[in-house]
Design a protein around this ligand. Structure first.
Ligand code: AMP
Length: 417
């Protein structure tokens, strides 16, 4: 049975907490952005305040074996500063039994990178490129078998399990999902995870209507599952960014050199048809800012989106599109935004995305619930200074995308089931 961190009695207990400390490091192994460390603090502090101790586990980067470059020892100092207690370090996550057993209430132990072991992800490593299917199968079976011991060892360190790593919630790894089975009555979400789940539910399960999704970004192919899931749920679907041109072309528009995927035209038409059948209002771009080259200082011209000249490329949303979208956004009670509506990395083509961020901020001020989640729209709102002007900005790119695709995330299911 799932517990709640606020009501669970941590007195004298050891909590093993999966966090996402996968922070960026520079060449001197200094942390360049400690957001992920800071976001996990409320959960860790709560356990310590309530008389427990914490065994913190995380991955860092994608090591394929023990590799000092990806050691979590680089971050021990910062974690200690944030937590306000000196954090001990176990330099092998499989040999931390003694250190864990010696923890007293209020103390913290950080385990070395879980991904030093193939068992964390449960995927075989070091297979020869020309390995036969049989060899691959045997290697997979071997790592799955040793994964059981790996999970059991981690679980043996603690009395309860907390998952606060939303960024890896879409992975069925040892520390994110499998370990929960060892704590059938002592497993719970941390605050960060809880916030993410609430945000997803606010949009997908009990949204106040009208519900609007703004889906942008580069390719229809990477958002197809998102669009297919949302078309049955939302009242308005705004489709912008590079992926919008496939829809315009599907309707017979001339899109010049704009990004598009011909092979996805049937899917685009299917989505439009389904939207019509379900009474969903789809709003495509009507006006585009185009450039002649994919660079910031290229000359700009505005075209109707269905009539872009042959040697021009659509790179941002233009005022007529933005006005349409603003009206929809401001009339909505719940808004989900995933993907920029232009090439926002080039400042001269960032205006459309900035305008959407402003509209979302205004809608939020007026009482709407606004969630920015998955990938580059998160980078855009953060970079543009709008992160605290919307209701929630998700911390998990891939995990949020899978959640809005309607998938059950293994890290969430393992706690709830
Ligand atoms: P995604 O990761 O699918 O959300 O896509 C984000 C990327 O889409 C960003 O790097 C944007 O630069 C890009 N993008 C947005 N609009 C356009 C466009 N009109 N043409 C090309 N790329 C775009």
């Amino acid at each position: 049975m799932q517990q709640h961190i606020d009501s669970y009695d941590f007195t004298g207990k050891k909590a093993i907490v999966r966090v996402d400390f996968n922070v960026p490091l520079n060449e001197q192994f200094e942390i360049t952005d400690d957001t992920r460390i800071r976001r996990a603090m409320p959960t860790l502090k709560k356990v310590l305040e309530k008389g427990g101790s914490v065994i913190i586990m995380s991955h860092l980067g994608r090591p394929k074996k023990v590799d000092p470059k990806f050691s979590l020892k680089h971050i021990v100092g910062r974690v200690s500063e944030c937590l306000g207690v000196p954090v001990q370090f176990a330099d092998d996550c499989m040999k931390a039994g003694e250190a864990a057993a010696a923890l007293k209430p209020g103390e913290a132990l950080l385990l070395e990178n879980l991904r030093y072991y193939a068992e964390e992800e449960g995927k075989p490593r070091g297979l020869a490129e020309d390995a036969s299917e049989e060899e691959k199968k045997a290697a997979k079976a071997a790592v799955k078998a040793s994964q059981k011991e790996f999970v059991k060892t981690l679980a043996s360190y603690a009395d309860c399990y907390i998952n606060d790593a939303f960024g890896t919630a879409h992975r069925a790894h040892a520390s994110t999902a499998l370990i929960a089975a060892y704590f059938p009555n002592d497993k719970m979400f941390g605050y960060l995870m809880e916030g993410e789940i609430k945000a997803i539910d606010n949009v997908l399960k009990h949204a106040e209507r009208p519900l609007t999704a703004i889906i942008g970004g580069s390719k229809v192919s990477s958002k197809l599952a998102v669009l297919k899931n949302l078309v049955g749920k939302v009242d308005n679907l705004i489709i912008g960014g590079g992926m919008g041109y496939t829809f315009i072309k599907a309707q017979g528009g001339k899109i010049g050199l704009s990004l598009h995927e011909d092979e996805l035209i049937p899917d685009a038409l299917e989505i439009l048809k389904e939207a019509k059948e379900k009474g969903v209002n789809v709003s495509l771009s009507v006006e585009t800012v185009a450039g002649q080259k994919f660079e910031n200082d290229t000359p700009q011209r505005i075209f109707p989106t269905h009539d872009i000249a042959d040697d021009w490329e659509g790179m941002d949303a233009a005022p007529a599109s933005l006005e349409n979208w603003k009206k929809i956004i401001l009339a909505s009670k719940t808004i989900l935004w995933n993907g920029p509506v232009g090439v926002f990395e080039l400042p001269n083509f960032a205006k459309g995305t900035l305008q959407i961020a402003e509209d979302l901020a205004e809608a939020t001020r007026n009482g709407a619930y606004t969630l920015v989640g998955g990938g580059d729209s998160v980078a855009a709102v953060t970079q543009m200074g709008y992160a605290d002007k919307v209701s929630y900005v998700s911390t998990g790119g891939g995990a949020m995308l899978e959640a809005i695709e309607g998938k059950v995330l293994p890290g969430i299911a393992a706690i709830q089931e």
